[in-house]
Structure formats: structure tokens, C-alpha cells
Design a binder for this molecule. Structure first.
Ligand SMILES: [Zn+2]
Length: 261
């Protein structure tokens, strides 16, 4: 089983990615791509990368950047192609994750439909679902292909997660686990997968105190103090707080505390 992982965009040339909150899409996609690679290797998958550094084989134009990625995957005879991106919107109001396939009815759609809900749970953000797009990397690759949009880099509460290695690992794991589930693979050199972190029941409460950097100017956030702890209400369903010991906690809709890290 061979998978081509495509960290979207380049650091130089015409195909640089979106930016937001001090983040560059091309940096995030490379971090995620490398994490997905490690996890897929743990499932016994052979991985090829369209880039494992700043740039794909071509940076001249967007078209050649994309066609060089497709050519690399096709030359490697990859069985599947997984492109990794972060999203952005004109109004800077989009949030959540979505997974593109070329069209309905193919393997791409099936794989996307397994990854999409896992990606949303990993990010504790909205599941925007499976979408279809006549995108070059989906259309011209010989292998069934998906393109994962892992949160919005220009939306504050998504961006704060894309800066957080705990969330990046969760996002990468969602993609790798989704692929493994779709193909019925089990881990070969990793300990058995534990319960997803967001399903582990927690009986203790977060430590008091915080070191949260206030995020002002974004309507998606509000902050308040509760029982001596500073709480950030990040979205309709996710509350984050950080203890003085560096631990990260999230509150679900029923206000159960979940330790993320
Ligand atoms: Zn992108």
C-alpha cells in the first residue's frame, strides 16, 4: 500500500498559501504532512511526499506546482493521494474542517467521508463535511484522491489550534486513522490506539490559574472567570482553559472537563 502525501503550497514562488494570525499555510501543511507520514508508516503504509521541505519540484506557477505534485504521485504509482491544506475565507468568518473529493461515487468520496468526521472531532470545530471540486490534484492524479482542509488559518479560534502541537497531532491522527479505517489497516509498530482523548472521562478538575494569551478583536471569543479559572469560550461548543502547569483543558457542551494535554 503506497500513499502520496501532499503538503499544500510552497514557501517560495507563485503557489504560496494562505496566511493568518502569524501562521503560513505552507508551514502548517508540512508539519501535518510529516506527522501523517509517521502515523501511516505505523500502519505499514509506504509513504511518498510531494515535498519534504520548502517547495514542491516546481514553484514557477500554481499550475506547475500542482502538476509537479501530480506527476510525482503518478510516477511513484501511489495507491492513494492525500493533499493537506488549511482553509481561508474572504470574510475571515469561516471555521471548521472539510474534505474534498473529485466527484460523488468514487473511492475518493468514500475515503473523504471517513476522514471528515474524525477531522472535526480532532479540531473540536465544525464538520463542514465532504465536498466535491474539480481540483487539479484530485482530477489529474491516477490514484483516488482527497484534499483535507484542516481548519481556517484566518479565524482566531481555528488558528490558535493550528499553533498548538497537541491539536496538530490530533488532526494528523484523524487523517491517518481515517485512511487506516477505510482500508482496514491496523498498527504494526505502535501500541494499540487508546480511546480518543476527547472521549476519556475525566474526574479531576483543571488546576486554577492560567497563562492564556488574550485574543482580542475576534467576536468568536469571549473570556470570563469561573471558580478562579480563566475560561475562554472559543466556539459554541468548545471552551478552552490552560492551567499554570501548562495543561490544556476543553469543556464539552455539558461542561465536562476534558484534558487535551
Ligand atoms: Zn491551500
Amino acid at each position: 500500500m503506497k500513499v502520496c502525501i501532499d503538503p499544500g503550497h510552497n514557501s517560495t514562488g507563485k503557489d504560496t498559501g494562505a496566511e493568518g494570525y502569524g501562521l503560513k499555510e505552507q508551514d502548517i501543511t508540512l508539519i501535518l504532512g510529516r506527522k501523517v507520514r509517521e502515523l501511516l508508516i505505523g500502519y505499514g503504509v509506504t509513504v511518498v511526499m510531494t515535498r519534504d521541505g520548502d517547495n514542491a519540484p516546481s514553484t514557477a506557477t500554481v499550475e506547475t506546482s500542482l502538476s509537479s505534485r501530480v506527476a510525482l504521485s503518478n510516477a511513484a504509482r501511489a495507491d492513494y493521494f492525500i493533499s493537506i491544506h488549511t482553509n481561508a475565507s474572504d470574510t475571515h468568518s469561516g471555521t471548521g474542517s472539510e474534505v474534498f473529493a473529485l466527484k460523488a461515487g468514487g473511492e475518493g468520496e468514500k475515503l473523504a467521508s471517513v476522514i471528515a468526521p474524525k477531522l472535526a472531532i480532532a479540531g473540536l470545530w465544525a464538520n463542514r463535511g465532504v465536498k466535491f471540486g474539480n481540483l487539479q490534484v484530485l482530477r489529474d492524479t491516477d490514484a483516488p484522491a482527497v484534499l483535507c482542509e484542516c481548519g481556517f488559518i484566518d479565524y482566531a479560534s481555528d488558528a490558535v489550534k493550528l499553533k498548538d502541537d497537541v491539536y496538530l497531532q490530533r488532526i494528523a491522527k484523524a487523517i491517518a486513522d481515517g485512511f487506516a479505517e477505510y482500508k482496514g489497516l491496523s498498527t504494526i509498530n505502535q501500541p494499540p490506539t487508546s480511546e480518543p482523548v476527547n472521549k476519556v472521562p475525566v474526574t479531576s478538575t483543571p488546576p486554577k490559574g492560567d497563562n492564556i494569551t488574550p485574543l482580542n478583536g475576534d467576536k468568536g471569543w469571549d473570556e470570563y472567570t469561573e471558580d478562579g479559572r480563566r475560561i475562554i469560550h472559543a466556539t459554541n461548543y468548545a471552551y478552552l482553559t490552560i492551567g499554570t502547569d501548562g495543561s490544556v483543558w476543553s469543556y464539552g457542551p455539558n461542561r465536562d472537563a476534558i484534558k487535551l494535554a
